[in-house]
Design a protein around this ligand. Structure first.
Ligand code: SAH
Length: 245
């Protein structure tokens, strides 16, 4: 019974990969590592090579139509996915990490935190056979407009972003609300001791003890930085604030 309770609250990530030894990697340390130990989340890896059926255990083949590189076979990956889904009563979202996917945003991260977990597929070589993506209702998610050599670092990044939001993981949950993207803006600049460093002083308002003024100063800096660095975010933010007025 107590197991069932734990299972219901534990966020479970299953990662399909050819390199299970890459996990938990950096997520075995610090807050995520502690949360893994205490069972706030669980990480399972599936080496999909074990689903290869030919005598060479091959998971890839050359691209139809020619061209460089190799492509991951749909039959091998499908067998691995079907096995995972067959024992997944929660039907967690199934995500393939790929530069062709929808860019990962904090909103999606927050939604994933609310789900019972996630199943992640890590590509290698040129990626996976297109028919696999069509046949298994796979969501495609990208970490950004650059190309990695494999999906593993992207899977680690996605899990890191979710795990830090799980209840009981962050030392100070209040810190999460102030962060970049939470209010549609980038974060304001931070300062700490010493008060003067290499001839540069901390902005005096931050040492004034006037919380109202500090809040206003931080909001203004957030807006300024967002407007300057991320016109795309800024447009969405200003449209949103107009709507709310
Ligand atoms: N030929 C592909 C790139 C393959 S890179 C293309 O041009 O789109 C090999 C694997 O790394 C991919 O299958 C994917 O799982 C992973 N990968 C590479 N870049 C990524 C990114 N920006 N976000 C998420 N996964 C990525």
């Amino acid at each position: 019974m107590s197991n069932a309770v734990t299972a219901a609250n534990t966020w479970v990530a299953t990662v399909l990969t050819l390199f299970p030894d890459m996990f938990p990697g950096p997520l075995g340390f610090s807050l995520a590592g502690k949360a893994l130990e205490t069972g706030i989340w669980r990480l399972e890896t599936v080496d999909f090579r074990s689903f290869a059926r030919d005598k060479h255990r091959s998971v890839d083949a050359s691209p139809a139509g020619g061209g460089p590189g190799m492509v991951l076979r749909p039959d091998v990956l499908a067998a691995a996915i079907d096995d995972v889904r067959g024992r997944d009563k929660d039907q967690r979202p199934l995500i393939y990490l790929t530069p062709r996917g929808a860019p990962l945003h904090q909103k999606r991260v927050q939604a994933l935190r609310m789900s019972p977990g996630v199943v992640l597929i890590c590509g290698r070589f040129e990626g996976v056979d297109e028919r696999l993506l069509q046949s298994r209702g796979i969501e495609e998610v990208s970490l950004g407009d650059f190309v990695l050599s494999g999906g593993e670092p992207a899977a680690l990044a996605l899990m890191d972003a979710v795990v830090r939001l799980l209840p009981g993981v962050a030392g100070n949950p209040g810190a999460l609300e102030e962060e970049s993207f939470e209010g549609g803006l980038l974060e304001y600049p931070h300062y700490t001791k010493p008060n003067e460093w290499e001839g540069m002083a901390i902005p005096p308002v931050l040492l004034s003890g006037n919380h109202e003024e500090i809040r206003a100063w931080r909001k203004a800096r957030s807006q300024e930085i967002t407007q300057r660095r991320r016109p795309d975010l800024w447009r969405r933010y200003s449209a949103g604030t107009k709507e709310n007025e």
